[in-house]
Design a protein around this ligand. Structure first.
Ligand code: ITT
Length: 196
């Protein structure tokens, strides 16, 4: 079975390929399908944005498309950056700058409970789709640490581990991540529907 990933984020593409590797699916990227346009994320929820991306890439390629919409929710910031995680603090910031911006916003707050969440949607050429969600609990640390992963990983201390997400190996991250939970559920649903 062939799928195209509806994400342009290289960190997500790497992890989705690693996680879906065991399924035997043939996973293509947007680039490999010649998609060079950006999909505008006009939704106000992870679900809406995942659906917008999956539908757009399915319609452009004629192939079943899997989209990931994800983000970081920090309790003391009332759930920010949330659906705006990829542009928090400004469109053109680097990941390091975005982490620094978030840490600055958290200054003076007492607790820094947070979670990563992920909604994945597989959209089929007949207009049907299936969705699944995952989350990963943790805390924000005041000093970034580690060089693995991407995005906010260096400032996210994983619950139950004394390490930031960026200090985990990619296998370790993929065992506990929000993305893994969502994609594992999606894979089960695809299995139930006879796609593998
Ligand atoms: P696509 O829309 O092309 O998929 P994007 O990066 O814009 O790429 P999102 O709109 O879903 O995707 O934004 C998700 C952001 O949340 C992402 O850019 C990171 O900043 C953050 N994020 C999501 N998952 C993460 C993870 O596993 N580790 C660190 N940060 C993550």
């Amino acid at each position: 079975m062939k799928f195209v990933l509806a994400t342009a984020n290289p960190g997500k593409i790497r992890e989705m390929r690693e996680i879906l590797g065991a399924t035997g699916f043939n996973i293509l990227t947007r680039d490999e399908c010649g998609i060079d346009f950006e999909v505008e994320e006009t939704g106000s929820t992870f679900f809406e944005n995942a659906l917008i991306k999956a539908k757009a890439i399915c319609e452009a390629t004629g192939m079943s498309a899997i989209a990931d919409d994800s983000g970081l929710l920090v309790d003391a910031l009332n759930g920010e950056p949330g659906v705006y995680s990829s542009s928090y603090g400004g469109e053109n910031l680097s990941s390091d700058e975005r982490c620094a911006y978030l840490l600055k916003k958290l200054q003076g707050k007492e607790q820094a409970r947070a979670k990563f969440v992920c909604t994945v949607i597989c959209y089929f050429p007949d207009g049907e789709y299936i969705a699944a969600e995952g989350e990963c609990l943790g805390h924000i640390v005041s000093q970034p640490s580690g060089s693995g992963g991407f995005g906010y990983d260096p400032i996210f201390l994983v619950e139950g581990k004394n390490k930031t997400m960026a200090e985990l190996t990619s296998d370790e991250k993929n065992e506990i991540s929000h993305r893994n939970e969502a994609l594992s559920k999606l894979t089960l649903l695809l299995k139930e529907r006879g796609y593998m």
